[in-house]
Every structure is written in C-alpha cells, then in structure tokens.
Design a protein around this ligand. Structure first.
Ligand SMILES: *[C@@H]1O[C@H](CO)[C@@H](O)[C@H](O)[C@H]1NC(C)=O
Ligand SMILES: *[C@@H]1O[C@H](CO)[C@@H](O)[C@H](O)[C@H]1NC(C)=O
Ligand SMILES: *[C@@H]1O[C@H](CO)[C@@H](O)[C@H](O)[C@H]1NC(C)=O
Length: 510
C-alpha cells in the first residue's frame, strides 16, 4: 500500500542509485565489459536527470500549494478583521475586461457631469453625478465634485491584496424626478426642482465593486419608476400638495424604497450575489419630506450649521491660510441630527432574526466594541468560515439564508416640523451627509462634519458666486478644503491600511 507517492518515489531513487554504484564497483576490473559499462553509465545519467526534474517539479507544486493556501487564509482573516471582503484575484483577463468596461462607464458619467448643460441622454428621472476620485481632482474637473450646494468625493483604498480597486459607489441626482416628468394633472402645483436622490453603496468581498455598481444604477431607477407609476395611479391629493409640496403620499414612497432594494437584491446576477455584497444608504427628498433609507453599515445624518454671531473672519478665506499645514477649524457651530442605525449583527433585533434562522454571530468581548460583530457562515465559495460585518446588505447570497436581508429601514422626516423644532434655530442652515464607513475610521464624526461644514459654508465668497456653479477663486478654495478634509481623515502613514472613503454632503433648502 502506498501512502504517499513522494515517499515511495524517494525510496525508488535511493535503491536504484545504490544498486548502480555497486554494479559500477564490480565491473571496473573487467575491461571487456567497458562498452556495456559506458552504456550503463549513460542510462544512469538519464535516469538521474529524469528523477531530478521530477523532484524539482514536485517542489514547485508543493510551494505553489502552500502559497495558495496561505493566501486563502489571509483573505479570510482580512475579512474577519476589517469586515471588508476580498477583491477579485487580479490575474484573469475577464476581470480586467470588466474593470475596463466599468472604467469606461465611469468616464462617460464623468464627462457628462462636467458641463451639465450638455447632458443630452439623462434618464427620465434626472442627470446622475458620480463621485470624483479626490487624488484626480483639479481645477478643470471640479464642477462635478464641488458646488456651493454639494460635495461628492471618493478616495480609493490602499489595500493591495488582492486588488487595489475602489469598491465604493456614490451617486447624486439633483433634481430628481423633475417637474416636467411628473405629469400634467391640473392640480399639480409642485415645485420639484429641490427634489434629489443621493446614495452610497459600499461593496465588499470579491465582487463587491460590481454589486455596488449594479445597485447604484438600479436602486434609483426602480425608485423613480415606482414613484412615476404611483403618481399616475393615485389621484393627487390637494391637501398633500399644499402642505407637503409633493404629489406623493409618504407611505407609498416608503414602500417604493423598500421594494426597490429587495428587487435589486433579487435581480443581481447570480455569480455576483454569491461573490459579494454592498451597503445601500439612500436619501430622497420629495417636497418637504425627507426619506433616509439604510441597508448595512454606511452612515447618514442631518446637520444644522449656525454661522458665528459676528460673521466670518475674513482671514480664513485667504489662500495663504488654506495652504498652511494646520487643519483649519470651523468658525460656526454644528449639531448632528437623525443619525441612522447601522445594521450590525449584535443589535437585538438583528441578532434575533439571524439566530432564528440558525445563523451564527460572533460578538467581540468587552472592552472591544460590539460594533466588530460578525455573521459567520461556512462559505462554499471561500470553502471556510467567513464573517460578514453587517446584518443587512444587498447581495451576499450565502448569508441571505441566515437572515442577512436587503430590506432598508426608512426614516421619514418632515422638514417643516424639523425646522419648527426647538434646537433648530432660524439662522441655521441644513445639510445632509451620506458616507461609507471609511470616512470615520480615523476621525470622529464631529471632526469630519465640521470640516464638511467649513467647505460648504465658510469657504464661500458671495461676491464671486455667479450662479449655482463654483468659479475661480472659490473653486480653488473648495478644492483645497476638500483635499485637506480627505487627507485629514486618512491614516497618518501611507503604509497603514486605508479603507475606501466616500462622502456626499448636500445643502437642503426649504
Ligand atoms: C485634471 O485631471 C484630469 C484627470 O486626472 C486630467 O486629465 C486633466 O488633464 C487635469 N487638468 C489639469 C488642468 O490639470
Ligand atoms: C491589478 O491589475 C491592474 C491592471 O489590470 C494592475 O495595474 C495592478 O497593478 C494589479 N494589481 C495587483 C496587486 O496585481
Ligand atoms: C405630509 O408629510 C408628512 C410626512 O413628512 C405626513 O406625515 C403627513 O401626513 C403629510 N401631510 C399630508 C396632508 O399628506
């Protein structure tokens, strides 16, 4: 019985060598056998050479097997540690082709957004802008990323294994469902130019970027289609139009948002839904109602900004100050409102749903934060136990059966009520922030938010704001401010791990 091929093979090599050496010793004293001996020697050399090559190949194979195994283990640990998935192994041509087509899609989007007047093929629901990579940001391509009303930026992770690709997707559609598309009903008095939709989709695991890409395109489209259908189906309610400045009942909108996410999860191509997933954090404004919807562990919240009582010091508006190394501080003040619940497996409601379906949950013991909790499944794709850092997501098919669902929480906020409330003064401005978790890995939410408020409100120079676009000096100031913000939320050393970072901030006017 042969237990190990290599062991037996070694035995064969040893005994034949031994045998040949003995024979050589015996035959050296017989000159008439010299020719036969030479033949023997030649054959011995060939046999030796063959065994040598064989051994060499075995060594290479073993080495490769060990490397692959080690890589798999690293990948799984990375997933447990960071809650981020793994990227597609970078070698296959198919992946590269796919990356290229995504890149092209992205470039098309970029070139569309740069001059919004020139957009000719916007979908019926509006013209999407996607996030600009902050390291590529310059004076000539900043129009998409920065305006006096919004910031939409992304910064690629520095992870090297398996591939350094950005798995975040961010989209802003403003206005969303513009007036002319809403219908021709005589009752329609709705001013819809302020309506918008924005969303962050943070991908994880091998196909996370693709799942995020698919979701970014499909979620807004499906929401828009459902709202359009609802407008056509339900007679406009005059009371609702006058009080809420929208044709749509909030329960209908809420349902449209929930259904759209669930449909996108089902519509995902099978291989993507097995090999990856993403978060979905979508904010929709219709009239005076704001819908803040969330799946997974991305962030969204509202912020009120109050300028300093005595007005802004001009000093901070100079280029010189912008260029100094010190992180400039906000002159006004901010309050954060309506933070979303991030879906982590340790939360009681999430935990009970998952455990009910036989799911395993890992919760770090104190003093470690329970925010590091994971849903563990034995993945047939990864062929080992893998932990997912969130209890809801789009995709992640292997976790779906243990209760990781694509159903969003939808927080409905009446902006009139919000502004009438005690802690929101009349002098305040309002903005909404949506971000991937990478934005807060190194800095507190308050710090990041103050920097966002500074870029949005304190780098303005009213004299040079001609329309809703940024010009000249103001653009440069915002650009510097945005780059400083991203540098400030990145780890101090380039070699330290940095997650994908994406943020959209948008001013809401009543
Ligand atoms: C701005 O950045 C884009 C993308 O990196 C580049 O193609 C373009 O040449 C840059 N423009 C200027 C003026 O630097
Ligand atoms: C992944 O592939 C891209 C091009 O397809 C290449 O630029 C990059 O260096 C590769 N990364 C790794 C880690 O192999
Ligand atoms: C206006 O919208 C709020 C939600 O923002 C809703 O609760 C209220 O019922 C709406 N009012 C009318 C008259 O439809």
């Amino acid at each position: 019985m042969r237990h190990r091929l290599s062991h037996t093979d070694h035995d064969i090599i040893d005994s034949s060598l031994h045998h040949d050496l003995d024979r050589q010793k015996q035959s050296s004293s017989a000159p008439n056998q010299r020719k036969r001996q030479r033949l023997h020697e030649q054959r011995d050399w060939i046999i030796l050479l063959k065994f040598g090559i064989f051994l060499f190949l075995i060594c290479i194979a073993t080495f490769l097997a060990v490397q692959i195994k080690r890589h798999r283990v690293n990948v799984a640990h990375g997933m447990l540690r960071n809650g981020q998935g793994v990227d597609v192994a970078n070698s296959s041509d198919e992946n590269r082709a796919h990356e290229e087509s995504l890149e092209q899609w992205h470039q098309n989007e970029q070139s569309h957004g740069i001059d919004r007047e020139s957009i000719i093929d916007c979908p019926f629901y509006g013209c999407p802008i996607t996030a600009t990579e902050v390291s590529q940001l310059n004076n000539s391509n900043a129009a998409n990323a920065l305006s006096p009303n919004h910031i939409i930026l992304t910064h690629k992770s520095n992870r090297k294994v398996p591939a350094p690709v950005n798995q975040d997707r961010a989209i802003l559609i403003s206005p969303f469902l513009p007036e002319e598309h809403i219908g021709n009903h005589p009752l329609q008095q709705v001013r819809s130019k302020d309506n918008f939709l924005m969303g962050i989709f943070d991908g994880h695991d091998n196909a996370g970027g693709d799942v995020a890409q698919f979701s970014m395109q499909q979620v807004p489209l499906r929401i828009a289609q459902k709202l359009k259908d609802a407008i056509a189906m339900h007679p406009p309610n005059e009371n609702q139009i006058t009080t809420n400045n929208t044709l749509l009942d909030s329960n209908i909108v809420k349902e449209a948002i929930v259904q759209s996410h669930e449909e996108v999860d089902l519509a995902l191509p099978t291989e993507q839904s097995i090999m990856g997933g993403c978060t979905a954090n979508v904010v929709l404004r219709l009239g005076s109602t704001l819908y803040m919807s969330n799946v997974g562990d991305s962030f969204s919240y509202l912020v009120t900004y109050t300028p300093p009582i005595n007005g802004l010091h001009k000093a901070t508006n100079t280029r010189g100050n912008e260029n100094s190394d010190q992180q400039p501080s906000l002159q006004g003040s901010i309050i954060i409102h309506h933070e979303n619940t991030r879906h982590k497996p340790h939360l009681p409601e999430e935990q009970s749903r998952i455990k009910h379906l036989g799911g395993r949950i890992h919760i770090p013991q104190p003093p470690k934060s329970p925010m590091g909790s994971r849903v563990i499944v034995k993945s047939t794709f990864h062929k080992e136990d893998v932990g997912l850092a969130m209890s809801r997501s789009i995709g992640d098919f292997e976790w779906t059966k243990v209760g990781v669902i694509p159903t969003p929480d939808v927080n409905v906020i009446d902006l009139k009520d919000f502004f009438a409330s005690r802690d929101v003064g009349k002098a305040s401005e309002l903005f909404v922030v949506v971000a991937s978790d990478g934005l807060f890995d190194n800095r507190k939410k308050e710090f990041v938010t103050r920097q966002l408020a500074r870029v949005l409100f304190e780098l303005k120079d009213d004299a040079i704001v001609m329309d809703d676009r940024v010009h000249g000096q103001q653009r440069e100031m915002m650009l510097e401010g945005a780059k400083k913000l991203v540098a400030a939320v990145s780890p101090l050393k380039e070699e330290w791990y940095r997650d994908d970072i994406s943020v959209i901030a948008k001013i809401i006017e009543l």
